[in-house]
Design a binder for this molecule. Structure first.
Ligand code: SAH
Length: 355
């Protein structure tokens, strides 16, 4: 439920009431309106028809290593999105959330792109993916001790289904809600975007946009290659992105705040030495940018994964020219939960174990 809906139901109610509700939403042991004891019984009774949670798990798949969990979450209109929980290097959890059902961007290598766009998610439906995973990680509800749960979500990435900047207002509302009600700070949230230039521009002046980390899915610093793999690329995308990125870093860049370029490694398409040098030149023309190389996760398309040796060579060309670059660890590929594999299948995914 959003504030506007609450205010309609309870006009003239003091603002702290809504705050109490939002606080209760983030207590993992409170699973229904009955648990929101800060509200009177009468108020709770009037809320019975309002869903306490906007997503319901239809299925959770767990990878063989148990470090990746993928949930199929059903929405009020029976659409389904996927949301992923992954163990991170610090032994905490990172969640990977969806911002849309499907995606309109049609990136040639991404399974979600093949679905087309069904609709954008509401802010509740994005916020509640976090609430779902927090509840999932809280095995035995102990109402008196809501903080006794040692399992912690420390990071959130918008790398599930959809293009977050094509759902700007709801993503912004979601970010502000999480920043208010969870202990996750701005540097632990990453919005990954294909590069929707008008929205990137808006971020520079929008007082309500919280400056979380941004990652741009570049995938090539050579114009023809980028257009080939990301067909929705704007004309002159690279010089426009370069201009934007310089201004972004001027406004916000500091030792802690950088920009990330994501780069999916597609064999013989964007992984040659020439591509590495073009990426390095592009990065140096901008400034504080880090590169994250993503080994391609197989989907039903014409691309194949770069050889490990070529990924290593690409990485070393970047490093030798002083570009900060990392290779992303592939997780959850046995349950089709890795980057770009998120698509709602009509048949059961293979190799699954139910959690
Ligand atoms: N729409 C957003 C989020 C996409 S998912 C964006 O474009 O950034 C997060 C990352 O996974 C993006 O960089 C995306 O390009 C990448 N990705 C998509 N399909 C992939 C695949 N099959 N293998 C590896 N990475 C993939």
């Amino acid at each position: 439920m959003r504030k506007e809906q609450f205010n309609q139901l309870f006009p003239d109610t003091p603002a702290y009431r809504w705050k109490q509700i939002e606080q209760a939403f983030f207590v993992p042991t409170i699973l229904s309106w009955d648990g929101v004891t800060s509200l009177s019984k009468e108020m709770r009774a009037r809320l019975v028809d309002v869903p306490f949670m906007s997503v319901t798990a239809k299925q959770v798949m767990v990878s063989a290593k148990k470090d990746t969990h993928k949930a199929l979450l059903e929405l009020g209109d029976e659409q389904v999105v996927e949301s992923v929980l992954m163990e991170n290097a610090r032994g905490d959890w990172t969640i990977c959330v969806s911002s849309q059902v499907g995606c309109a961007m049609r990136c040639g290598f991404c399974a979600t792109g093949k679905m087309g766009l069904k609709r954008s998610l509401t802010a509740d439906e994005i916020v509640d993916q976090y609430r779902f995973w927090i509840q999932y990680l809280t095995p035995t509800p102990i109402p008196q001790l809501p903080t006794s749960n040692p399992q912690r979500i420390s990071n959130i990435v918008f790398m599930g289904m959809g293009e977050p900047l094509a759902n700007y207002i709801n993503v912004r509302d979601t970010l502000n809600t999480w920043l208010t009600y969870t202990d996750i700070g701005k540097t632990r949230i990453t919005v990954s975007t294909v590069g929707v230039l008008p929205r990137l521009e808006q971020i520079l002046t929008d007082k309500d946009w919280p400056h979380v980390r941004l990652a741009v899915s570049l995938h090539s610093a050579i114009a023809e290659t980028r257009k080939q793999i990301v067909p929705t690329s704007y004309d002159d995308f690279l010089p426009k992105l370069q201009d934007w990125a310089r201004r972004y870093l001027k406004l916000l860049g500091n030792r802690r705040h950088h920009l990330t370029f994501e780069y999916v490694m597609l064999k013989d398409v964007n992984d040659t030495d020439e591509h590495a040098r073009a990426l390095s030149t592009f990065v140096h023309s901008i400034g504080n940018v880090r590169c994250n190389l993503i080994p391609y996760n197989l989907t039903d398309c014409e691309f194949s994964r770069s050889e490990d040796s070529q990924i290593a060579k690409f990485l070393s060309i970047l490093e030798k020219s002083d570009v900060v670059a990392t290779r992303r660890k592939t997780m959850g590929d046995d349950i089709a939960a890795a980057c770009g594999q998120l698509i709602v299948l009509s048949k059961k995914p293979r190799d699954q174990t139910l959690g």
